[in-house]
Design a protein around this ligand. Structure first.
Ligand code: M3P
Ligand code: FE
Length: 304
């Protein structure tokens, strides 16, 4: 039983056409479906129906984020556990959302709406399953990341929120940042053994989305992403640089409506017996951006 991976992020945009143009042409995602008020997008190597839903709404923001659970029965088990913790859950039945079957939704302690799902429509990656090319077509537009990697949400009480993800959802903490009194300022949580985080929680306003990140295979692809972003006049937030926390290589930037995106590579493998890494507040600058060793106020204070 457990959390398998980040499945999709659902956000609102006041300009669906502009957002769709940016995520297809600059980020280089595939548009898989469009309805009157929604656009569904995915990366070229993702097997599931979509990993990003953008919905028209006058106010930019995050509707919800969805994790896939390992087994069908897990949905019911998590429903009981989340209810027992004190968070009311609602069931969304098959047909209630595009590209997936039954799910449960609830508000996490820091106020964001989280969804768990097992039954996801598998539409396959763009390479197919017979004699697949190991690389995508060379003419894909934009950055064209192979998959979504992780996300980061803010919480006023990081420790409370972290304990929900760890004790109720069974995720593992890989790294944490502690203030001088030993209180958690940030935690990095993994649901699997592939990487140091599927979600991170950092101190900030409840309900906020800090960013979601796409995986790239190589540090050189981060450099190429920077070129693509600068060429297209995209506002870069930080980097290209390296995180101390997670050791990942990274660049942050803003989509046309001000939602922060990241592309990320590196990190390390996590095993069930991997010990937690702890950063102290006086080293948080290096933890955030190892080369710069500065805590950027825009980076910490701007959210969606
Ligand atoms: C990451 C990451 C903050 C730290 C961000 C770190 C907002 O995005 O991928 O490790 O403090
Ligand atoms: Fe990140």
């Amino acid at each position: 039983m457990g959390i398998l991976r980040l499945a999709h992020v659902d956000v609102r945009t006041p300009d669906l056409d502009l957002s769709a143009a940016y995520y297809t042409e600059v980020m280089g995602l595939q548009q898989v479906a469009r309805t009157d008020d929604c656009v569904y997008l995915k990366c070229w190597d993702e097997e599931d129906h979509h990993s990003l839903r953008m919905r028209y709404n006058p106010r930019t923001g995050m509707d919800s984020f969805t994790f896939r659970v390992e087994e069908e029965d897990d949905l019911h088990e998590f429903e009981k556990k989340v209810e027992a913790y004190g968070c009311p859950t609602t069931r969304v039945s098959r047909g209630g959302a595009v590209g997936q079957g039954e799910s449960i939704r609830f508000e996490v302690p820091s106020g964001q709406i989280m969804e768990l799902v097992w039954d996801i429509e598998k539409t396959g990656n763009i390479l197919g399953k017979h004699n697949p090319s190991p690389v995508p077509p060379p003419d894909l537009p934009g950055i064209a990341p192979p998959r979504m990697d992780h996300m980061l949400v803010n919480a006023e009480e990081v420790a409370e929120s972290a304990s929900f993800f760890i004790d109720v959802l069974g995720m593992r903490m890989t790294e944490q940042v502690l203030d001088g009194n030993g209180h958690q300022l940030g935690v990095w949580l993994a649901g699997n053994t592939r990487s140091p985080h599927d979600i991170a929680i950092v101190n900030g306003p409840n309900g906020a989305l800090h960013h979601w990140a796409y995986w790239l295979d190589d540090w050189d692809h981060i450099r190429k992403a920077a070129d693509t972003l600068a060429f297209n006049g995209v506002q870069i937030d930080q980097g290209p640089t390296r995180h101390g926390v997670t050791r990942g290589n990274t660049i942050y930037f803003f989509d046309p409506l001000g939602i922060r995106n990241e592309v990320f590579t590196g990190g390390y493998w996590v095993d069930p017996d991997t010990e937690i890494l702890t950063w102290t507040e006086d080293n948080f600058g290096k933890g955030l951006f190892y080369y710069e060793n500065v805590i950027s106020q825009r980076f910490l204070r701007m959210h969606t």
